[in-house]
Design a protein around this ligand. Sequence first.
Ligand code: FMN
Length: 348
Amino acid sequence: MVAGRFIRQPLVFLFRSMMTAVTLHLAPFRGITHKAYRNAFARHMGHIDVYYAPFISGSGLEKIHPKKLIDLIPLSDNYAPTIPQIISNNADEIILIDNVLYEEGYHHLNWNLGCPFRRIANKKRGCGMLPYPDEIDRILNKVCGSLKTSLSVKTRLGYHRPDEITSVLEVFNRYPIYRIILHSRTGVQLYGGKTDPGKYAECLSISKHPMVYNGDIYNHSQYRKLQARFPGQKEWMLGRGALINPFLALEIRNISLSEKDKKNRLEVFHDELWEYTQACIPGEKKQIGWMKAVWHYLSGVFAGGLEAFVDIKRSDSGKKYQVAVRNVMQGDFANEEQIRAHFLALTK
Ligand SMILES: Cc1cc2nc3c(=O)[nH]c(=O)nc-3n(C[C@H](O)[C@H](O)[C@H](O)COP(=O)(O)O)c2cc1C
């Protein structure tokens, strides 16, 4: 019941942040960080304080189809302390999902104002809301009196321009936002190009709310560089860096494991995910498809990971898939530079 205790008590979160050096959040990834992934990660890698579920969209205004909440309900199935996320530009939709999740035992909701995909952003959702601070204001004005959970937001510098965030932060300052997670890119950059830590620094000076740094923390050295640049920064959201190297949080916390221990953990982490996939996803092709999404990143924890990933990608049966995985697992671990190269290769 770790998750239940954690989510029911946002104050515990605050307390833990004050007691420990840093708070580490694991970013949501649609298609990857579903419940089974979060749980396996928490069980075998750990050292992440809070995990975000991928966004729920189109949950509706009157009744929420149970399928939309399958990743979150029941709360007791979430071994990893999980925060649900919604993407919406409708206050009533946000209130409904908030109230339903509260009844299920959740005490925290994250609002996605960062998703850059055109089909979403062009409908004024995700980062598509950022050019419209008045609409964000209108929504917050309506929801803030009716929410039962505490609300955090996950956002970017803007949709088209990095200065869009300024007026948005001024709006946030007027409301009880619990945390602002900021990925310092614009939406049009998608996941490539450079992040803008300078702009993040400006945002820190404008925001009255606690801020969480997100974006391109691809290895421990990069984390240390950012930590040196922002010595007061206590909360960090790890994304692709942790999907590539699930030991990144341990490294940040200066916990070192033997190679053997790391291999064992990776093996049980993978096997748990594979077993879940086989039990819950119909059809071998789909099951392998699921696992490929994980390996797209995870292969980079091994030296020569991208080449090894080719064999996994080519596997068209469960048997071949398992052979390819065992081969990859026999490889040496990548060093920091190789992990960085894998990260950059994925963002080209
Ligand atoms: C395939 C994919 C799926 C994503 N899904 C979500 C999502 O559901 N919700 C969200 O807030 N961000 C999502 N993101 C963004 C990440 O959570 C994160 O903010 C982003 O990758 C930047 O952090 P990083 O550079 O550390 O990876 C997604 C990114 C990718 C590449």
